[in-house]
Design a protein around this ligand. Structure first.
Ligand SMILES: Cc1ncc(COP(=O)(O)O)c(C=O)c1O
Length: 395
């Protein structure tokens, strides 16, 4: 790892990309590793012990999500969960129209691309300048041949929360299946899957202080899904492959710990931290918000996203800013973790109507429960230094 030149310990402000493993998940996994190392499909006592631990994790996870255990299918993460939801649901339907928003995560656009190659019409619903799907446009497009809708609940790059309840009601009234990617919402909000008008919901553990490599798809009982991997009959025939028991235990423990923190007021604390930092960041010259303003109540509570320009109004490259910020001891991101490897303009920022140069100037700071107000004091100064360094080389 290239170390920052700043004298203080680096500050991690990239919770939307991943989060450090929480102590509750770590402890639960250490314990499970001792007793649940065997294959849960084995018929001997070791296997039965692993199967029991897996089912307990499923029950614990379901409890935290207001779901029944039968609706929970473990898998390797949200990318797999999204593919199982969309490809698995489409496999049982005649090809029709799939609606997605213009600001989906690449996992959804990739699965939609596969369906397009199989004869589905894929339509990207436009969003407003804050990244919200317009409900009238959605309602008008729900007529046949639309059979499937996938809408990202919380957008990782610009923080937009979609009106999922209203979207779900429209889909239900039209008899169209709705999948949502709830990856960024689950770390900050209690979810009650049973009462949500959503048929399929994708989650991953590593965004909520659980381990990497495990996620889940929640499936309402009326939904017919076809497995996407062949082999075993694990996860009630929907996901072949030996189950990651210890990871599932870590996922369930992390989610339960999170629910407890939410009950103790963690959301309010995080909102205060975020709002204070955001107003300081927006005071810096050349920095403006992307995505919804927090006052609009439709922004992820841990999320700050901005566009940055130099003193002449020219957009600065978000990727340069991220490198300069790291020199100042702050770990940030220029967009979603998946797209920040390439140099192309962000498709999400383009969907907001920004030009290509501006759509390269995004910077994201995302907070987590490990932060205290004092930790964040140096962030505005570090960002000012990073901007100055980028301007000096751009001049
Ligand atoms: C909104 C969203 N969906 C899906 C994913 C993919 O999750 P995973 O890494 O578990 O495959 C991510 C992770 O970047 C994400 O932020």
């Amino acid at each position: 790892m290239q170390l920052p030149t700043a004298s203080q310990a680096p500050l991690y402000l990239d919770a939307c990309a991943t989060t450090p493993l929480g102590s509750e998940a770590r402890a639960a996994m250490e314990q499970a590793q001792e007793v649940a190392w065997a294959n849960p499909s084995s018929l001997h006592g070791f296997g039965l012990a692993a199967a029991e631990v897996l089912e307990r994790a499923r029950m614990q996870l379901a409890r935290s999500l207001g779901a029944s255990p039968e609706t929970v299918r473990f898998c390797s993460g949200a990318t797999e969960s999204v593919h199982l939801a969309l490809l698995g649901a489409a496999a049982g339907l005649p090809p029709g129209r799939l609606l997605i928003s213009a600001v989906e995560h690449p996992a959804v656009t990739a699965a939609a691309g596969q369906l397009a190659r199989r004869g589905w019409q894929v339509e990207r619903l436009p969003v407003d300048s804050c990244g919200r799907v317009e409900l009238e446009i959605l309602a008008a497009r729900l007529a046949p041949p639309t059979r499937l809708v996938s809408i990202l609940w919380g957008q990782s790059e610009i923080g937009t929360l979609q009106p999922l309840q209203a979207i779900g009601q429209l889909c239900q009234a039209a008899g169209v299946l709705l999948h949502t990617d709830a990856v960024q919402v689950a770390p900050h909000q209690a979810i009650s899957f049973e009462s949500l008008p959503v048929d399929l919901l994708s989650l991953t553990a590593h965004k909520l202080q659980g381990p990497r490599g495990v996620g889940a798809l929640l499936v309402k009982p009326h939904v017919q899904l076809e497995p996407q991997l062949g082999g075993g009959s694990q996860e009630r025939g929907l996901r072949a492959g030996t189950e990651p028991v210890v990871l599932a235990v870590g996922f369930a423990a992390a989610l339960e710990a999170l629910q407890q923190r939410l009950q103790q007021g963690e959301l309010e604390r995080l909102l205060q931290l975020r709002n204070a930092l955001l107003s300081q960041v927006l005071e810096l010259p050349g920095v403006r918000l992307s995505g919804p303003h927090p006052a609009e109540q439709c922004r992820l509570p841990h999320h700050i996203s901005v566009l940055v320009q130099d003193q002449h109004g020219r957009p600065l490259a978000g990727r340069r800013l991220v490198r300069e910020l790291w020199r100042q001891g702050v770990a940030a991101s220029s967009g979603s973790a998946c797209s920040s490897g390439g140099s192309a303009a962000s498709p999400v920022l383009l969907a907001l109507g920004l030009d290509r140069a501006m759509a390269c100037s995004g910077l994201r700071l995302s907070l987590g429960p490990w932060l205290e107000a004092g930790d964040l004091q140096r962030v505005p100064g570090a960002l000012a230094e990073a901007i100055a360094a980028c301007q000096a080389t751009a001049a």
